[in-house]
Design a protein around this ligand. Sequence first.
Ligand code: NI
Ligand code: MN
Length: 229
Amino acid sequence: MKITYYGHSCFGIEIEGKNLLFDPFISGNPLVGDTVNIETIPCDFMLISHGHADHILDAEAIAKRTGCKVVCAWEISEWLKAKGVENTHPMNTGGSWDFEFGKVKCVVAQHSSGLPDGTYGGNPMGFVVMTEEGNFYFSGDTALTLDMQLIPMTCPPLSFAIFPIGSNFTMDYQDAVIAADFVQCEQVIGCHFDTFGFIKIDHEAAVKAFEDENKTLLLPEIGSIYDVS
Ligand code: NI
Ligand code: MN
């Protein structure tokens, strides 16, 4: 699977010829600079985990430019529709849907989800994406939670998981090691680190924490493309 990192929690993942874009926050990311341009990012399906600005800031602009289908909580879907984003697919925790690229299951995230203007954003969610090319879990912002143990009970084996590791607003990398155990996945891609002062991490220590448990942690670089399977 071809994965492009756009910074913070924003990833582009190409599956079955479709471009998925997760949690678009680019134009407001102080680390992005000229490396990524929201005018050219490809997007057929946008998946939004929750309503915080550092996950949704560029959603309206990219959705209007591309006409992509936006997969998100019902409350976020209504909020986007009021802004003129018509092509949405509302979901909620526990639900699944078959899209052209594969199946998406919405799972629990232990977090909050107010929209930038104060509108209620519904439940924060993670996504398990199940495809012919492999399965993965994008947890969104979340604490470590026992609910993660339900994922291997209800979903096929994961190739990789994308976890926030910056602490302060989400789990830290130590908890992410345990989360990887809970979802029975050895390969983790870190996100939600270094963007702001609150979430700066020690890269070496984070990588070592995973190595010590015979797991791998990829700390992606903004604008870089990775082939993960
Ligand atoms: Ni958040
Ligand atoms: Mn966040």
